[in-house]
Design a binder for this molecule. Structure first.
Ligand code: PHE
Length: 454
């Protein structure tokens, strides 16, 4: 509806819009979390359930977020205030801002570690003392991740990098950096794929990743796959509705959601093609791919067994860094857009007010991951616990509420209008998608959520 299109900030081109949205989606979730989840959940069967979750739940929820964002044309809270002024639905936007900021306070610390590893791969420090056994990757990880001050400094540098991009605004900052970084990221991935697949013994790894054993599918596999789908696609907390407010008016939402989800799946899939063959090729399939161990211990170990060790390490940590940066930018933008639009702040002020406290929260989280690394609740570190709670509970809840809102409570015709770009009548595809959003996705998400507590 035209009266809502009053926002100035828009992406300048279709490519830029896709690059920025894919930049948000593709992150540590694809490169690090996906292989770890796949290993923990038995391999190929998880991959299939994951693809099912993306198609049946991820894409519909993404379309909901796109529709709310483009209809509202403003921040995560403002969208609901504009579309449903006399309701309390804006609270859902508020929850999204809180959730994305909470995840950001952890994600930025992990992004700091990747920068630290990138720098130490560049300087060669990562590999000193490994050959003669005077140092180990486990030891280095303790040093890099748990020492008091070093990770905090790298976290601060990552925050500064975010600030630099975000200050430039939507078009000159977010869009431009994504246009450069995303193609680079895909290029690095392709190089790794070719190398990993030509390693001797790669086929055993491929077998684990691609040959499903359905006896391994159970309730917890489905829960993890759904959480992973929402996390990886940046769904359930208003990140993509914030970006959708910047979509040009004639953007076809269905096509965009399909493209973004497809590219996001391709990246995760390629990471599987890289990691499982590499790990089995060097006889390391027994090693845990869980959490930090995969990227900070197992992979560096793999690199030492390949010619050109340092080059591979540099390339890999650069890949992680690119992925992490474009994702933290999108998480930060949710709160920044809120301060800009709701509280009428200048871009500069909004960026600072969101990013400066992050220094403090980042430092606290960084310290706690070091000092409290041995402190466990339900057998998980605080870090892992928050990751699981956020991904397996908060994101699905947010997604469920958004489906219910868009499908049942929003003013009539919101989905039809947005999904068909204001066409008078809707085609079969649009009507099918609306049906899925109203019935299939919410029931499936609710069922999986409830099953979790059984
Ligand atoms: N999708 C990002 C990833 O895969 C993480 C993310 C989650 C980004 C939520 C924004 C919002 O790493």
């Amino acid at each position: 509806m035209t009266k809502y299109y009053i926002m100035a900030a828009k992406f300048g081109s279709k490519i830029g819009m896709i690059a920025a949205t894919v930049g948000s989606a593709v992150g540590l979730g694809n490169i690090w979390r996906f292989p770890a989840e796949t290993q923990a959940n038995g391999g190929a069967a998880f991959l299939l359930v994951y693809i099912g979750c993306v198609l049946l739940l991820g894409i519909p929820v993404m379309l909901v977020e796109f529709s709310i964002g483009r209809e509202g044309g403003t921040d995560a809270i403002g969208n609901y205030r504009r579309i449903s002024p006399k309701s309390k639905w804006w609270l859902l936007g508020g929850m999204g801002i809180a959730a994305s900021y909470m995840i950001l306070t952890f994600y930025i610390v992990v992004a700091g570690w990747t920068l630290e590893y990138f720098v130490s791969a560049l300087s060669g420090d990562l590999f000193t003392g490994i050959a003669d056994g005077s140092s180990s990757f486990e030891g280095k990880m303790k040093d890099y991740v748990s020492s008091d001050w070093k990770p905090i400094i790298f976290t601060a540098i990552m925050i500064a990098a975010n600030v630099a991009v975000l200050m430039m605004g939507v078009r000159k900052g977010i869009e431009k950096i994504s246009n450069i970084m995303m193609p680079l990221l895909f290029l690095i991935l392709v190089i790794f794929c070719v190398v990993a697949l030509s390693l001797p013994g790669a086929s055993d790894g491929l077998n684990f990743f691609l040959n499903p054993d359905f006896s391994k599918v159970n309730g917890s596999v489905v829960i993890d796959a759904m959480g992973q789908a929402f996390f990886s696609l940046s769904l359930g907390m208003g990140v993509l509705s914030t970006y959708a407010a910047y979509f040009p008016r004639d953007t076809r939402l269905g096509r965009t959601a399909a493209t973004v989800s497809f590219l996001d799946m391709v990246v995760a899939f390629m990471m599987g093609l890289i990691i499982f063959p590499a790990v089995t090729s060097f006889g390391m399939q027994g090693e845990s791919l869980e959490g930090a161990t995969l990227v900070f211990v197992t992979l560096p170990e793999v690199f030492t067994r390949m010619p050109g060790t340092q080059l591979w390490a540099i390339l890999f940590f650069m890949l992680l860094l690119l992925a992490a940066l474009t994702s933290t930018i999108s998480m930060s933008e949710v709160a920044i857009r809120f301060f800009q639009d709701r509280l009428k702040m200048s871009r500069r002020k909004a960026v600072l007010i969101v990013m400066l406290p992050l220094l403090l929260f980042g430092a606290i989280n960084s310290l706690s991951s070091g000092l409290l690394a041995d402190f466990k609740i339900f057998g998980l570190t605080i870090f892992d616990l928050l990751d699981t709670v956020a991904t397996n509970i908060m994101l699905p809840l947010g997604a469920l509420a958004m489906c219910l809102y868009a499908g049942w409570f929003a003013p009539k015709g919101l989905l039809a209008r947005q999904l068909s770009n204001d066409a008078r009548s809707q085609g079969v595809a649009t009507r099918a998608v609306i049906f899925i959003i109203r019935w299939v996705s919410p029931i499936a998400i609710a069922a999986i959520l409830i099953a979790q507590f059984k």
